[in-house]
Ligand binder design. Sequence first.
Ligand code: HEM
Length: 276
Amino acid sequence: MHVSSIVWKIKRFFNIGSERKLKKAIKLINILAQEVIRQRRKLGFSNHKDLLSRFMQGDIANETYLRDIVISFLLAGRDTVASASTSLFWLLAENPRVAERIREEANEVLGLNQELTSCEQLRDLHYLQACVYESMRLYPPIQFDSKFCLEDDFLPDGTFVKKGTRVTYHPYAMGRMEELWGVDCLEFKPERWINKDGVFSQENPYKYPVFQAGVRVCLGKEMALVELKSMALSFLRRFNVELVHPSHHIPRFSPGLTASLRGGLPVFVREIKCTT
Ligand code: HEM
């Protein structure tokens, strides 16, 4: 047994150090989740179409189940989308030409100054989709992720993996590999996702494992894409985003369970004056 796995067990047994802190933090998160459920019950959920209300209609009484649903969605769905949108807005502020192209495409597909009215319309915004994918290629919200091998196994390339071995895949590093993405791999180029017919072209998820791949692929992928695209679109059509700090200041991408930009992303938001 590895020494670190003995240490945390001792700490947990005596309720000291990092294990004591962890216990307190879990308690706090549970209180937060229970409060979310309490509020939803108070406001009523039968006519609501949000995720929690839907789960409540299935099993309202099971408190632990509902609490775990809230925590899963908070962890899996909130910080990831926040991280992806921060990176996207940073790249758009750095590349105003790209932001302008998103606006042009929206005017072509939706009509000048026409609002987005359906999810189907989002599917026709190929350049916008390309921007979101390209941004997460360079700045994946989950930069790396580990799995532990249950049984002796072989990777597809023949590499032997012994039972218990930790195997880590690294979307951040993979998104910057020249042999995968070419010599311009470090550049933000949404065009690389657009085929000759002007249509967004999907990559193999094993080349782009930003949402994982295979049976454990992210369950919220489509929801995340809808959130990111609709939010970016409605915002960009009304506002310009400019960085508070000069463009040579590259924000520090700070790793964690979910990546974030150290110190946030201070921006100026200016309303676009309508000329028509
Ligand atoms: C840009 C946003 C997102 C990214 C980059 C992302 C990425 C990922 C990744 C890499 C995994 C695999 C984790 C692992 O196997 O250890 C995952 C799993 C998951 N994600 Fe997402 N995610 C995003 C948004 C969301 C949203 C919005 C939801 C739901 C509201 C969600 C729900 C889930 C769930 C439930 C799993 C577990 C799936 C399973 O283990 O079978 N995710 N996500």
